[in-house]
Design a protein around this ligand. Structure first.
Ligand code: NI
Length: 173
């Protein structure tokens, strides 16, 4: 297991659509998942998509630390292969996001509050469940990375973009 170098905004890999994984059990995918988990935890971050470590495959890892879970509660480090989502209901929530590929910044991004998540676990078993609140936000952010989309692209008001050190000027919830 090794820590991977994280691509920063400007690197073209972050703007390319990633390719579907044909075989989640393939050794290179298993190795990628383990390395991405270690890299996310080391960073530390709450999510990481394969293009962020220069790999154009549809793989994400994420977690929901204690205190940020909303309905979902704590989610341990989890990997998903070929993840897709669709909105459940039409509720939009605005929340602060950051990205390991855009260090030092935070911005307010609109996301669907509740989603249906589908994909494969690393053992190849199907995942089909709902996610809400912070977990739904992280998942939408990470799956966007698989299509070359960064959270800045989703922002509606760039006055709500800030350096982390200046966040105290905002009413951060
Ligand atoms: Ni990101």
């Amino acid at each position: 297991m090794s820590l991977l170098k994280i691509a920063r905004m400007g690197h073209p890999v972050l703007r390319r659509a990633a390719a579907e994984v044909a075989d989640p059990a393939a050794p290179d995918i298993q190795c990628l998942v383990a390395d991405m988990m270690a890299t996310m935890i080391d960073a530390p971050g709450v999510g990481l998509a394969a293009p962020q470590v220069h790999v154009g495959r549809r793989v994400i890892v994420f977690r929901v630390p204690g205190g940020r879970g909303g309905e979902a509660g704590v989610v341990p480090p989890t990997a998903l292969i070929n993840p897709v989502w669709q909105p459940v209901g039409d509720e939009i929530a605005y929340g602060w996001e950051g990205c390991l590929s855009i260090p030092g910044l935070r911005g307010v991004v609109p996301r669907h509050r509740k989603i249906r998540l589908q994909g494969l676990a690393p053992d190849g078993s199907p995942v089909d469940r709902e996610a809400a609140d912070f977990e739904a936000r992280v998942l939408q952010h990470e799956i966007d990375h698989l299509d070359g989309i960064l959270y800045l692209d989703r922002m509606q008001d760039l006055t709500m973009l800030s350096f982390e050190e200046e966040l105290h000027h905002f009413d951060v919830t």
